[in-house]
Design a protein around this ligand. Structure first.
Ligand code: NAP
Length: 261
C-alpha cells in the first residue's frame, strides 16, 4: 500500500458508518493522520482497533446537528495535528417512508444529518484549508440524487441532489484558492443501511419489490458494491492524482445508473 497521505491530515465525518469506517481505515493505511467523527465513541474505537497506525487516529465523537460541537471538533484537529488537508463527509440517518407520511420532523432529521451537516463541517474545516491555500473535500451523496431509485428514500435522495449542487457551488466559489470539492454518488453498497432501505421499500410497495426474472437477471449482472469501492474513490478524489478534478459527482455503482440520469 502506498503511503501517499503521509503527513496529510484527514477528517472523516461518519467514520463509524458502513462506508465511513472503510474510508477512515484506508486513509490510515495510506499514512494519513485521521480524525474520526460519528455519534458513537465505542463504534469509533472499534473502527481503529487493530489498525497498524491506530496511533495516528484522533477519535472525536460529536453530534453533527450541533454546530458548536462541529466547530470544536475542527479546532481540536488543528490543535492536535496543525492543519486539515482533507474533509470527507459520509453521514446519514435511516429515516425512510411513504411520501405522504413523512412529516416535517422526518424531513428535517434527514436534512440535518446530511445536507446541513455537510455545510456545517465544510464551514468549520474550510477556513483552515483557505489559510493553507490547499484542501480537498469529498462529500458522499448517493446515486438516488440523480434519478428516483428507492421510493422510501425520497427525502434522502432529494437531499443528495442538494449535496451534489452545494458541492459544485463550493468548488466554483473557491476555485483558485487551492480547494477542490467533489462528490461520490454510490449506488447500492453492501451495508446495514442498504438492508434498512430495502426493507422500508418492501413495506411500502410489496408488489413493486416482487422481482421479475428480468430484474433479478439485471441485479445479478450488477451486484451491490463493497465499502472498499467507495474508499478507493474517496482516496483518489482526495489525492493529488485528482488535482485537475473539481466539482464533479463521481458515480460508483458498477454501472447501475440509467444512461439518461
Ligand atoms: N450504503 C449504501 O448503500 C449507500 C448508497 C448510497 C449512498 N450512501 C450514502 O453514504 C453515506 C454513508 O452511508 P453508510 O451506509 O455508511 O451509512 P451508516 O452506516 O448508516 O453510517 C452513517 C454515519 O452517520 C453518522 N451520523 C448520523 N447522524 C449523526 C449525528 N447526528 N452526529 C454524528 N454522526 C452521525 C453515524 O454515526 P453513529 O454510528 O454514531 O450513529 C454513522 O457514522 C450516507 O450519506 C449515505 O446516504 C450509502
Amino acid at each position: 500500500m502506498s503511503r501517499e497521505f503521509a503527513n496529510k491530515v484527514v477528517w472523516v465525518v461518519g467514520a463509524s458508518g458502513g462506508l465511513g469506517s472503510a474510508i477512515a481505515q484506508e486513509f490510515l493505511r495510506a499514512g494519513a493522520k485521521v480524525a474520526l467523527s460519528g455519534r458513537n465513541g465505542e463504534k469509533l474505537k472499534a473502527v481503529i482497533a487493530g489498525q497498524p497506525d491506530a496511533s495516528h487516529a484522533l477519535l472525536l465523537p460529536i453530534d453533527i446537528t450541533a454546530p458548536a460541537e462541529v466547530d470544536a471538533a475542527a479546532a481540536k484537529i488543528v490543535e492536535r495535528f496543525g492543519r486539515i488537508d482533507v474533509l470527507v463527509n459520509s453521514t446519514a440517518v435511516s429515516t425512510f417512508g411513504d411520501f405522504l407520511k413523512l412529516d416535517d420532523a422526518a424531513w428535517r432529521q434527514v436534512y440535518e444529518a446530511k445536507l446541513f451537516a455537510y455545510a456545517r463541517t465544510m464551514r468549520a474545516a474550510m477556513p483552515h484549508m483557505l489559510r493553507q491555500q490547499r484542501g480537498a473535500i469529498v462529500n458522499v451523496s448517493g446515486n438516488g440524487g440523480k434519478y428516483p431509485h428507492f421510493p422510501s428514500h425520497i427525502a434522502g435522495s432529494s437531499g443528495n441532489a442538494a449535496v451534489n449542487l452545494m458541492t459544485k457551488e463550493v468548488s466554483d466559489i473557491y476555485i483558485g484558492q487551492g480547494i477542490r470539492a467533489n462528490c461520490i454518488a454510490p449506488g447500492a453498497i453492501r451495508s446495514p443501511r442498504l438492508d434498512s432501505i430495502t426493507d422500508a421499500d418492501k413495506a411500502l410497495k410489496p408488489a413493486a419489490n416482487d422481482k421479475s426474472a428480468a430484474d433479478a437477471a439485471a441485479e445479478k449482472m450488477r451486484p451491490p458494491g463493497a465499502a472498499a469501492d467507495i474508499a478507493e474513490a474517496a482516496l483518489f478524489l482526495a489525492s493529488d492524482r485528482a488535482r485537475h478534478i473539481n466539482g464533479i459527482v463521481l458515480t460508483v455503482d458498477g454501472g447501475a445508473t440509467p444512461t439518461t440520469a
